[in-house]
Design a protein around this ligand. Structure first.
Ligand SMILES: Cc1cc2nc3c(=O)[nH]c(=O)nc-3n(C[C@H](O)[C@H](O)[C@H](O)COP(=O)(O)OP(=O)(O)OC[C@H]3O[C@@H](n4cnc5c(N)ncnc54)[C@H](O)[C@@H]3O)c2cc1C
Length: 478
């Protein structure tokens, strides 16, 4: 079923009896709110969520001269990439702006990032004479290096106040305008007023709280006319993964399985990416069904995922048909957060669909493309599917404009995409590039005293191109 805001709330209540919703914070009770000390902050752009999209948005707006406040509930920037240890940038086109700047800064740190040449990872691949020619390599980075580089670059602007360990909890909306957002830090309530707000929470929390419509799960074919969509809408989210890190000790290791954990009780398919220090980060792709995020309390989910990490590594150490490649390796760390691929998708002025991804730039007629991408359609739901694309497609600016609120933008995996399109364009560098577009657009809106919907998109495009963002694919296609 395709879920609107009200129906989703009902589903949550029916399945968890009002329990924890991941990424959603329990609002303080009225009594708590009254007694808490309050601090007011006034800024021009408020970015909520400091992951891939949020880092791009805050940096772009601040570099464009706007006064920015960036809120992040964790103690480091980078979101899923750093906190869930999805510290791998798969090849994708178009990411030549802020992601490239961050990569170059991470490379300054001797063990910050691996990958020989940034340009080589600038294309998912290309079909030629009926054959698929993949490009390589992925770029792998240390989570701490991303956080450090992003913080340095934000500080260098002199325009951004970064508030870590600060959790957004409520949007104050009047007449289709967000007047302020409320957030909590150490028992103190912050009230942040801004001209433009950018939701980069990944779950679309700000948009949902402001009353924007959203969808979850598989869209029915009738909605966007997508060839691969099922006939009926279905509540099926992409699988989640708790990533872990393994280290080569150099001497044979006795396979370890904690009590009560069954070896192999986790699907074995996984990506193994070499970290700059020689460790390997393991992403067991279908570790936990995506829908569990809707009906399990997070701590139980985390516990189950930790068991599956051990089950996974034990199985690959012992069951790989006599291969011993991991027999000297051991688990050296488990990410502190589960990697969630999909939750809400906020309805914007335009919804990017499978038809856009398959048509590609040449056949799309959008005048407002602000980013390109070419990663495969890559679904890890109960009907896993993987289709490679022949070339890049454009993402219109309108995908960043949630319907119904005039001064709110969205730059995260929860932006206005269909379920299928989101599986292609959710990559971190694409999210960062969307953030770069949103941050620049917010700065333009402020400069010209208009809503983000009313900016001159051609001016935005020129600005993005001057910052290295590839929106025509000419640079990457050569
Ligand atoms: C297991 C897995 C494997 C993947 N593999 C790859 C890959 O190999 N390569 C690749 O490029 N992409 C990969 N992806 C996709 C990619 O990592 C995500 O789609 C991308 O990181 C999403 O970026 P984002 O900015 O939307 O969200 P995030 O990066 O998750 O950032 C959201 C931020 O908002 C913060 N936040 C949320 N709520 C609040 C709140 N209430 N108050 C304050 N802050 C808040 C969060 O703490 C977080 O920092 C993978 C994803 C997963 C889960």
């Amino acid at each position: 079923m395709n879920i609107t805001r009200r129906a989703a709330a009902k589903t949550f209540l029916a399945t968890v009896g009002g329990g924890v919703i991941f990424g959603r914070n329990r609002p303080a009770s009225a009594a708590e709110s009254r007694n808490a000390p309050e601090e007011n902050i006034k800024t021009q752009v408020c970015v909520i969520g400091g992951g891939s999209g949020g880092t791009g948005a805050a940096l772009a707006a601040a570099r464009a001269g706007a006064k920015v406040v960036l809120l992040e509930r964790e103690s480091i920037l980078g979101g899923t990439g750093t906190c869930a240890w999805v510290c791998v940038w798969r090849p994708v086109m178009g990411a030549n702006g802020i992601p490239r700047n961050i990569y170059m800064a991470m490379k300054e740190d001797p063990l910050g990032a691996s990958g020989t040449d940034y340009a080589l990872s600038g294309m998912a691949g290309r079909a030629k004479d009926g054959k698929w020619l993949p490009t390589k390599p992925s770029l792998v980075y240390e989570p701490r290096a991303f956080d450090y580089a992003a913080r340095e670059m934000l500080e260098a602007t002199g325009q951004c106040q970064t508030l870590l360990a600060t959790t957004f909890c409520r949007a104050r909306v009047e007449n289709d305008t967000i007047k302020a957002v409320e957030a909590w830090f150490a028992g103190k309530r912050l009230v942040i007023k801004a001209d433009v707000f950018i939701d980069c929470t990944a779950d679309g929390d700000v948009c949902a709280d402001a009353g924007c419509e959203y969808h979850m799960g598989e869209d029915p074919q009738s909605l966007y006319n997508e060839p691969s969509a099922p006939e009926q809408a279905e509540m099926s989210l992409n699988a989640m993964t708790l990533c872990y890190r393994i280290t080569d000790t150099g001497v044979p290791q006795k396979p370890y399985l904690p009590k009560g954990v069954k070896s192999g009780s986790c699907p074995l398919g996984a990506c193994y990416d070499k970290m700059p220090n020689g460790d390997v980060v393991v992403n067991a792709v279908s570790m936990i069904k995506g829908n569990a995020v809707l009906c399990m309390e997070y701590s139980r989910l985390m516990r189950e995922a930790q068991r599956r990490v051990h089950a996974h590594f034990h199985a690959i150490q012992t069951q790989t048909s006599g291969k011993t490649q991991w027999n000297t390796w051991t688990i050296s760390g488990i990410a502190p957060r589960i990697g969630v691929r999909e939750t809400r998708r906020i309805l914007g002025d335009y919804v990017l669909t499978e038809n856009d991804c398959r048509a590609g730039l040449a056949k799309q007629s959008h005048k407002d493309v602000i980013a390109i991408a070419d990663h495969a359609i890559d679904l890890h739901g109960h009907r896993g599917r993987f289709y490679r694309l022949d070339g890049p497609y454009g993402i219109p600016y309108r995908c960043l404009l949630p319907k119904g609120v005039r001064n709110l933008m969205i730059a995260s995996r929860a932006a206005s995409f269909s379920h299928i399109a989101a599986s292609s364009c959710r990559l971190q560098r694409t999210m960062m590039t969307l953030g770069q577009a949103a941050g620049n657009a917010a700065a333009l809106a402020i400069k010209h005293h208009v809503d983000p919907r009313r900016i001159d998109v051609a001016e935005l495009q020129v600005r993005l191109q001057s910052q290295g963002v590839d929106i025509t694919a000419l640079a990457s296609h050569s």
